[in-house]
Ligand binder design. Structure first.
Ligand SMILES: Nc1nc2c(ncn2[C@@H]2O[C@H](COP(=O)(O)OP(=O)(O)OP(=O)(O)O)[C@@H](O)[C@H]2O)c(=O)[nH]1
Ligand SMILES: [Mg+2]
Length: 315
């Protein structure tokens, strides 16, 4: 591992990539890598991209990357490997784009296996983002496969959250249902080359207008883009900069980083506690023995909860 870390220090992409694999595998080795990496992070800016499958997230990330590169930014891209049944069709396009980007030393692209069959976001997204940060990437773009929880998770990991919608499928309503309206800092109506796009964008604007936004606070804009034709991307880059400036003017960026770390430490701690409780404290065993009684009606579920609780001592 020390050889890999040396390589990493010297800016070798192959070393960084192998360290990411270690992070992906988790366990003690991953933790040892993080011990080395974490102190080297410099506070990169993180942008999350979420939205329904096939909305054009990868295409936009690619298009934006080219612009950010022209601006001289050093970029890391984390994509969830599109292994889900929803997004299998995009795989080839993703691969081709990734290859093009990978040949640019100013871009570090990595796709990570998603957790579970529903896609979402990878367990080690935070760690990989930190590694890219420590590797000198000042801007990290994180794409999720938009299903269920992942939107909310990416919001916890990003300074700016971009919600990408498309005109065709009544996305506005879907977005509200999925809670996307709450988490988006910028809304993108992609596929503006489709006839319905402007109308759909106005729908989203109308919905957003209902949001309670205090005077002077950020009101999420709606940007029309066509990742296919490359239109609207400069506008989107401008909006991202505005949101960044808004956060900075209120000195919120460091506070957000603190909150991100807070939720991360808490998450990791709770995972560990759950494991320990369930496997090492006898709770799992007691549960197995007594659940029959709950099933047969001689004990209530809450009685069993109290019994389990007795095994845990929290001072
Ligand atoms: N017409 C049109 N097609 C687009 C546009 N943007 C993306 N597409 C196409 O839509 C399909 C899906 O694009 P992706 O960028 O892979 O979408 P995604 O949101 O990353 O998809 P998943 O990662 O699978 O959820 C591809 O065939 C793209 O070429 C656009 O602005 N206009
Ligand atoms: Mg994609």
């Amino acid at each position: 591992m020390s050889e890999l870390l040396d390589g990493f220090e010297q800016g070798k992409v192959t070393s960084a990539a192998r360290l990411i694999t270690i992070l992906e595998n988790g366990g003690d080795e991953a933790e040892a890598v993080m011990e080395e990496i974490f102190p080297k992070t410099k506070g990169s800016y993180r942008i999350g991209f979420t939205g329904p499958p096939g909305a054009g997230k990868s295409s936009l990330v690619y298009g934006l990357s080219l612009i950010f590169r022209e601006e001289g930014r050093n970029i890391g891209i984390i994509a969830v490997d599109p292994t889900s049944p929803f997004s299998g069709g995009a795989l080839l396009g993703d691969r081709i784009r990734m290859q093009k980007l990978s040949s640019d030393p100013g871009v570090f692209v990595r796709s990570l296996a998603s957790r579970g069959s529903l896609g979402g976001i990878s367990n080690c997204t935070d760690e990989v983002a930190d590694l890219m940060d420590a590797f000198g990437k000042d801007l990290i773009l994180i794409e999720t496969v938009g299903v269920g929880q992942s939107e909310l998770e990416v919001a916890e990991k990003s300074h700016t959250v971009i919600v990408i919608l498309v005109p065709e499928s009544g996305d506005g309503i879907q977005a509200m249902k999925a809670g996307l309206m709450e988490i988006g800092d910028i809304f993108v109506m992609n596929k503006a080359d489709h006839p319905n796009a402007e109308h759909a964008a106005r729908d989203i604007e109308d919905t957003l207008r209902l949001k309670d936004v205090a005077e002077g606070e950020w009101r999420p804009p709606v940007v029309l883009t066509s990742a296919l034709e490359g239109t609207g991307l400069d506008d989107l880059v401008g909006r991202i900069a505005e949101h960044h400036d808004y956060l900075e003017s209120r000195d919120m960026i460091r506070g957000m980083r603190k909150r991100m770390l807070h939720s991360r430490v808490k998450g990791a701690f709770m995972d560990r506690m759950e494991n320990r409780l369930w496997n090492n404290s006898g709770i799992g065993g007691l549960m197995e023995r007594r659940i029959e009684e709950v099933y047969s009606g001689t004990m209530s579920p809450y009685q069993l909860v109290r019994e389990l609780e007795k095994l845990v001592r929290v001072e």
